[in-house]
Each structure stands twice: as structure tokens, then as C-alpha cells.
Write a protein that binds this ligand. Sequence first.
Ligand code: ADP
Length: 476
Amino acid sequence: MSELPPTECFIDGRWVATKQRFRVTDPFDNETIAEVSDADDKTIDDGIAAMSRIAPVWRATPAPARGTLLRAMATAMIADEQRLARICTRENGKALPDSLAEVRYAASFLSWFAGEAERIYGETIPASRAETRIVITREPVGPCALITPWNFPYAMLTRKLGAALAAGCPVIAKPASQTPLSALALAQLAERAGVPAGVVNVVPSHDAKRVGDRFLASRAIRKISFTGSTKVGIGLAKAGADDLKRMSLELGGNAPLVVLGDADLDLAVAQAMIAKFRNAGQSCVAANRFILERSIATSFTEKMIGEVGKLVVGRGLDEGVTIGPLIDDAAVKKVRTLVEDAVKKGALMMHGSLDAIRGRLVPPMVLAGITSEMELWREEIFGPVVAIRVADSEADALAMANDTEHGLVAYVFAREHARQQRFAEGLESGMVGVNEGLVSAAQAPFGGVKHSGLGREGSRHGIEDYTNLKYVATRV
Ligand code: ADP
């Protein structure tokens, strides 16, 4: 297989070239990797029409047969993991080991949902009249539009696509303009696995709003699943309300990572490194605000700095690199602005320096003395910056952790079981990691509360979000 996938739109089982193309560049040096077809309105409409045509066929395809196709895609992903990882690193910039981990994680959604396709069970309920039967089935919601971000270009797509296909829904996917090649590579795998034409369509574009508006305007599309910023997600939810489209929204996070006084510090540091630096910090579940109980604040910070010093910043494809470039200049500027604001308001740079930034390579920084007045506390950093605040008690730490409009994930480190339990219960978030820095898993429901989103992805709950309940009352 050649290194890169086809660069056209994938519509109704065919690769469709359009008049306009847009450049996909390597975040490290801005070199052009490919020029990808920009889906025009007709191409998008053709994709929607293909979904409408195939939808009754796909929902009538036995669930085990749908599962077999998903499993074939998963197997093909793993067989081709090195090439897929390189594609991801080239267009996203992330270090190659991060890309490889992502390919495996992405494939795990396909194989998990392949199995779950067979377990979309209904219910029967005892009725209050002797002659009545109450039967409930789960039916596919219908054609779905999937809008995915650049930070996990494979996994964010398979988490949606796997659930949708398992439930019996065809999809049209719009990948982020920075990373369309990963989505096109997945489309190619679907094609080779024998997924019927029209079940998977991909419409890359550099004009996200136009494509999004086209999806919103289509009555045929019954659900939009979006992962991205809270601002865009809320806009989609408002616009989709006119047609009562189902919405799944995975939005921003501002994750607290709390280390309580009795925590195992070696474990906490090791897990915090994953929670913070995976993908150079460009993740909605990245630890954004470190909250340390005073008794361990100094020792945790020293240990953490020791580990941070071992990170290697560089080109994602290069051997030994653990932190690749940030996605674009705007991302670098955001990190710079947040750190400058914190330093101006009194934060202390404990490790690293803004002066060490080279282009899009941002070496890790550790700042202490963060307060709630600082933007670093309020905003998703999306970069390799550790922002530390000290808490005087468990109650103080919990109040700080919940001091955000977001509620995706929170991490807490403690030895005492009752403390773990109390804290996990008090946290306002959809997910909690207890002594654990990596909560994402195909089997588990991923999603947030407050401004972090609606709905869940992964797990059986993730499939249910692609189904409608049908209740049939029968007089016998
Ligand atoms: P990020 O900060 O991850 O780029 P965005 O919300 O801007 O967050 O983007 C996430 C996804 O949503 C990308 O695929 C992007 O192209 C798409 N997107 C951005 N704006 C819109 C919009 N107005 N309508 C539909 N999709 C959009």
C-alpha cells in the first residue's frame, strides 16, 4: 500500500475529486504533505443521498454481519499500524509512539463495537392488562454526520463510526482540515474490508462551517456527533434544535489533577506525566490544573520536574522524541499568552521558559503559584504546561477542582479508600481517574457534564446514543 491514502472525497464507495483542493501540512516545518479535495456542496449532498439510499439496507443487515465488517476494519488497522501511525504523525505532528498508541486505541473501538453490535438488546415489560404485550426494540437513528477534531484523528472517528455502524447507521464524516488523511486512510480500510458503498462517506474541507451548515440543513441526517470546542458544539446544538436532530457533543475539558496528602507520590507523578504530556498536552482529558495538598506540594513538584526533564521535544517522526510540535502557530501563541498572563499575575516558573520555544516546538514548563484569577486556571491549555496550585485541605482541594464551567474528567491521587470514594463522589465531572492518569477505554463511557458535553461515547451507552427506542403495544 502506498504511504498516503487517496486524497479525494469518499462518497458512495468512490473516490471523488472536486475542483478545489486544500493543503495538508506537517506541523513541524509547514511542508505540504498532500493536497486534498475540498468537498463542495454537490459532493456533500451526494454523500447524504448515498446514506439515505443505503440506510434501509444497512439497518436490515444482520447485526453479526455488521460486526464482522467492523472486526475486519479493526484487523486491517492493526496489520497496517506502522503506516497509519506515520500518516498521523506527519499531519498531526505527535510523537510516533503517541500515534502508534492512538492507532491501537482507535482499532479497539472497532473491535469492541463489532462485538456490541450483537448485543443491542430490547426489553419486554409486564403490562397491567392481561391482553397487552409491551415490547421495546432499539432501532438505528438513521444517517449520522460525524465531525471530528485534529488531536486524535483516528480514535475520535472510530469511537463514533464504530458505534454508528454497529447500531445500523450510515455515516458522513468531516475530519478536521489539519488532519483529513487519517480519516481518508480509514475510509480506504472500510472500502477494502467490504463495507457497502454509501455506509461510510468522508468529506474533507477547509471550510468547516459550510459543511456543518449543510449537515444541519439536511432533514435526512438524524444525528450529529461532534468532538471539538465548546463554542462550536453549543452553536451546533442550537442550530440542530430546529430539526430536533440528535446531538452527541464531546467538548472542552479543564481537568483538575488532585494529589492529596496521603498519595503514593511515585505513582502520582508517573500517572500525571501521562495525563499531562500525552499528545504534547493537546487533549481534552489532559490534566490542566494541578491541585496539590500542601503537605506534599514541594516533594511532588520536585519529583515531577525530575520526570519532565527527561522529555524529548522534537520532530514526531524522529527516534526518541516524546513531545512533537504543537498543531499550529495559534496553538503556540495561546500557550505563550496563557503563561505570560500567569507570570504577570505572580506565578513562578519552576521549570522551562517561554524563551525556549522554537517555532512550534514548545518545551515543557512547570509553573507554581497559580490562582483563580489567571487564565491558565480558566482555559484549556492544550500544551505541555503544568500549572500548580496548593490546597490547604481535602475540602479546599475539592472546591478548587470544581471551580470550572467544564466537567469532563478529574484525576485524584490518594491512598485511603474512604478519601478516594468521598472525593470521586464530590467531583463534578463525567469521568474520574482514581490513582489513574488514563481513563479512556473502548468499554467505558466517555463524556462530560456541565459545559463538557452531552451524551457518551464508547461502551454500550455509546451505542445506545445511536439508537431510538421503539415501543410496540400488542393486543393479543
Ligand atoms: P479545535 O479547537 O479542536 O480545532 P473546533 O471546534 O474548532 O475545535 O473544531 C473541531 C471540529 O469541528 C473540526 O472538524 C472543525 O473543522 C469543525 N468545526 C469548526 N467550526 C465548525 C462549524 N461552525 N460547524 C461545523 N464544524 C465546525
